[in-house]
Design a protein. Structure first.
Length: 658
């Protein structure tokens, strides 16, 4: 070869070598480094089937399941496998048009890719599932029915407690915190209530089954005899302090009324019942009509999704007087024998505030003042507490007074184990300064001593305060879950800790407890008395004002009762609020007494049965609100509340069998 051709030869050799190297590097990248195509190849040969676990069951204190799992099916789609199918027939079964069909296919591709399964139609009705099951061969290999456990609620109660589950949102899946990294599109997650708080406990763990596919994408059996399969692990069960019989009775007693009931076991902090009225059947938010029903509940005039037990702040009225008395006793500004010469009102602040009593001696000591519910007495005790010389000024005295309130659980969240709890309002110095522009004294908010003015407390806080008094100075954080099956973590440890309130003496507590006993024995709450059981309680009729058309107008008062029983070794503390219903003795007292008697004796006495019937039939909701509400019609079509109705009949007839 000519010497002149040598450079040309080398150039050609280098070009060929470079091309071969490029091909080798590219093949190495595609086969070893890049996983995209191997995944596509696997997807063509292997079907990855998700096995959804059963969520944990929730039981009441007596081992009755208050919710359970039922089997529904999702229709899943793999867009790349949708070839020649009978689209018209599929649309007719699902009751959608072709435009909606193509929209869902596009959304599936955007959400999860062409070769991965996505939910095409979730929680099919039994009718849809039956038709699809018979005809699935007409829609394969692109579509598949997948079992999906969903919740059902046999007693039809506890919606605001138990919560509901819903499909995880795209926003949650994209959360950068990684909180939802274990979830995939189409998964269901606890949205509210106990379902949300204990999601990681209840959810369980998904299983995976790998199936081989033939060239027509038909499943041909397990891959390697199931060697790579993982079994689904069911969620853990929750055991509650809740008494489902008490919950059923409480919700039925609040039907047609607006308000709340909270009952707690003072010895453990376990919540026995929590009612927010009006309520709704939780089955409405389960199954294929969940979204439709949620929209109706969301716009209903009665606000059934609003949990008044932990989200509504009320003026406590006279139910707050035991707290004012305790603080005064512990500060040393009064003794149990301290009396106030009330002559039908309080006039020491330059204005006369009327009291309901004018008979001499009705506030001669704290027991009489509580039994007669003397407004003047407790306004004066409040003023003496914040004006005490040892604090060095009213601002420091007010700060000390609100410290006591905070220690008793007011003005902040108590810490219950369901979400969305609010903290309420107390007259701390910051709020006082804002309201009065930094210029105020003990007369400015003297009404807080009697439970009015700059106070807003939740029913949960009132019930917890009764636990503190019943226990003579301590409480456990109110909670629903007492134990978790098979759980060794310390997730519940904070609910086992005893919280002591300041250093209030036993003498102070005993004086208040005896006063609350007198309230029931011969005072304003005589309707709460029970044979052979000493009940302690306090009534309250709280003023109710609202801004209407730019003006503050007085509405019908709220009816309240708080109490506990028995006096010694207490087993139940309760708070009842019935909005816009007038005097406490009309509704709050009889409702509370019926629930306490039911829990303590497992029966309702003959003499109280007419009261029970009257409370079941009574409605306090305004005719305008009731006329606009669709709640009754929604609850009437719910399909699984029969256990609750049967249980209620047994309670009413005293035909319960333990």
């Amino acid at each position: 070869m000519s010497v002149y051709n040598q450079p040309r030869k080398r150039v050609i050799q280098l070009i060929i070598l470079g091309m071969v190297s490029l091909i080798v590097v590219r093949l190495f990248f595609l086969q070893v480094i890049e996983t995209k195509y191997s995944k596509l190849a696997d997807a063509n040969a292997v079907l990855k089937k998700v096995i959804y676990p059963s969520r944990g069951i929730i039981y009441d204190r007596n081992g009755l399941s208050v919710l359970r799992n039922e089997a529904l099916y999702d229709l899943m789609v793999t867009p790349s496998n949708v070839k020649k199918i009978d689209t018209a027939y599929l649309c007719s079964i699902l009751q959608i048009d072709k435009e909606e069909f193509h929209k869902r296919i596009v959304e599936s591709i955007i959400r999860n890719g062409r070769v991965r399964q996505s939910v095409f139609a979730s929680l099919l009705t039994p009718d849809m599932y039956g038709k699809l099951q018979e005809s699935m061969h007409r829609f394969q290999p692109g579509f598949e029915l997948v079992l999906r456990p969903v919740r059902s609620y046999p007693y039809g109660v506890g919606a605001s407690i138990l919560g509901y589950i819903s499909e995880i949102s795209p926003r949650q899946l994209k959360d950068p915190s990684g909180e939802y990294s274990a979830y995939q599109p189409g998964d269901y997650i606890g949205a509210t209530g106990l379902e949300k708080t204990y999601e990681s406990i209840l959810m369980g763990q998904r299983g995976i089954q790998y199936l081989m596919k033939d060239n027509l994408n038909r499943p041909q059996g397990s891959l390697e005899n199931g060697e790579f399969d993982t079994a689904a692990i069911a969620g853990k069960n929750l055991r509650l302090a809740l008494d489902i019989e008490l919950q059923v009775l409480g919700e039925r007693l609040m039907k047609g009324k607006v308000g709340s009931i909270v009952a707690i076991d003072p010895q453990t902090g376990g919540i026995l019942a929590m009612v927010s009225g009006p309520s709704f059947d939780p089955n409405l938010l389960s199954g294929s009509f969940r979204a439709k029903n949620f929209n109706k509940l969301y716009v209903d005039t009665t606000k059934p999704l609003y949990n008044r037990a932990i989200q509504a702040a009320y003026p406590p009225g006279s139910t707050f007087k035991p707290i004012t008395g305790l603080i005064g006793l512990d500060m040393g500004v009064i003794t149990p024998d301290f009396g106030f010469n009330c002559r039908g009102g309080y006039g020491l602040c330059g204005r006369f505030s009327r009291c309901l009593h004018s008979n001499p001696g009705h506030a001669a000591n704290i027991r009489l003042a509580l039994a007669n519910s003397c407004n003047s007495y407790f306004m004066h005790v409040y003023r003496m507490s914040v004006d005490a010389p040892k604090w060095g000024g009213v601002m420091k005295g007010q700060a000390k007074w609100t410290e006591y309130l905070s220690a008793m659980g007011f003005g902040h969240r108590v810490g219950i184990d369901i979400p969305s709890e609010l903290g309420g309002i107390i007259p701390d110095t910051g709020r006082m300064n804002r309201r009065y522009n930094g210029s105020w004294n003990s007369c400015s908010e003297m009404y807080v001593g009697m439970g009015q003015g700059l106070l807003g407390v939740t029913p949960l806080q009132l019930a917890n305060a009764m636990c503190i008094i019943a226990n003579r100075g301590y409480y456990y954080i109110p909670h629903f879950v007492e134990s978790i099956d098979g759980d060794q973590s310390d997730i519940l440890s904070k609910y086992k800790e005893k919280h002591r309130v300041s250093h209030i003496s036993n003498e102070a507590f005993n004086s208040v407890v005896l006063g609350l006993e007198d309230v029931v024995r011969n005072g304003t709450a005589r309707g709460a008395a029970m044979d052979s059981i000493i009940v302690c309680g306090k009534t309250g009729t709280a003023e109710n004002k609202a801004r209407i058309n730019g003006k503050i107008e007085k509405l019908k008062d709220h009816s309240l009762f708080v109490g506990f029983a028995p006096r010694d070794n207490p087993k139940i503390a309760i708070a009842v609020i019935v909005e816009n219903s007038g005097f406490s003795t009309t509704y709050a007292v009889p409702i509370a007494s019926i629930l306490m008697e039911k829990y303590l004796t497992d029966s309702i006495s003959v003499k109280r049965r007419p009261i029970l019937q009257r409370m079941l039939e009574a409605e306090t909701m305004s005719p305008e609100m009731k006329a606009k509400s669709k709640l009754d019609s929604l609850n009437s079509v719910s399909y699984a509340a029969t256990y609750g109705e049967d249980l209620l009949k047994k309670i009413i007839s005293n035909n319960l069998k333990k």
